[in-house]
Write a protein that binds this ligand. Structure first.
Ligand SMILES: Nc1ncnc2c1ncn2[C@@H]1O[C@H](COP(=O)(O)OP(=O)(O)OP(=O)(O)O)[C@@H](O)[C@H]1O
Ligand SMILES: Nc1nc2c(c(=O)[nH]1)N[C@H]1C(S)=C(S)[C@@H](COP(=O)(O)O)O[C@H]1N2
Length: 201
């Protein structure tokens, strides 16, 4: 099933995946999925249909989940967790295993932004890839890292000091034949070349 919605008013399917032994094992309540859903709901104007998954740090399970979400027609899949150096952190490997194209700029920029927040930003091996017509992006597991990387760094007055990576997501999804994402500019101003901007009457 193609990720692009048949009409601009169809709900856009977004996969959200929390990769965590402890959360999936019930040791603590997962905070990643609620944080992902809340931020995406704030940032996007489109009607959305979330496909949430809470899974352990098992490489085969992560890859199978990503393939399942792409095949289900998700235009975008965001994972949180398992991107670190620890023995069981395998989300990047599982993501690359299902990739048709790598998108290295997203990981580079997420580490750059994250360094504004924590010096351990460089411990995240997060990647982003394209599979068919779906963009898959790994985020770190710290719940606060979700807004930090997607929205960027704001000054004390709320003004954006360093843009988050989500500003490039809508145009990337346009380019792979996905649906036209519209953002709430108060949360995230999507960048598109003038010729790529659509207006809906
Ligand atoms: N639900 C949660 N509650 C509290 N802290 C969390 C939660 N999810 C993530 N974190 C914090 O973010 C850090 C990094 O998240 P990580 O990807 O390691 O997820 P995790 O839940 O620790 O996974 P795992 O149990 O597989 O180590 C965690 O070590 C923890 O400090
Ligand atoms: N924005 C942001 N990036 C971050 C963090 C964070 O708190 N905020 N945590 C760092 C830490 S401590 C680790 S270990 C790595 C990997 O985290 P993960 O294994 O939870 O994915 O993400 C790093 N990147």
């Amino acid at each position: 099933m193609s990720a692009s919605a048949s009409s601009p008013f169809d709900p856009i399917k977004i996969g959200i995946v929390s990769v965590s032994d402890r959360a999936s094992g019930g040791i603590y309540v997962d905070k990643g999925l609620p944080a992902l859903q809340a931020w995406l709901t704030r940032a996007l104007k489109n009607p959305l249909q979330f496909e949430p998954r809470l899974i352990p740090d098992e490489q085969a399970t992560i890859s199978a989940t990503l393939i399942e979400l792409v095949d289900a027609g998700c235009a975008l899949v965001l994972t949180t967790g398992g991107t670190g150096p620890a023995l069981r952190d395998v989300t990047p490997e599982a993501t690359l295993a299902v990739a048709h194209k790598e998108m290295p700029g997203f990981g580079e920029q997420m580490r750059r932004i994250s360094l504004q927040f924590v010096p351990t930003a460089i411990l995240s091996r997060q990647v982003a890839v394209i599979r068919n017509q779906t963009l898959i992006i790994n985020l770190p597991g710290q719940p606060k890292a979700i807004a930090e990387t997607l929205e960027g760094l704001r000054g004390g007055d709320g003004a954006l000091v360093m843009a988050g990576i989500f500003t490039a997501v809508p145009y990337c999804i346009d380019l792979i034949g996905g649906p036209y994402l519209e953002t709430d500019e108060a949360v995230c101003k999507a960048f598109r070349p003038k010729a790529a901007i659509r207006t809906f009457s």
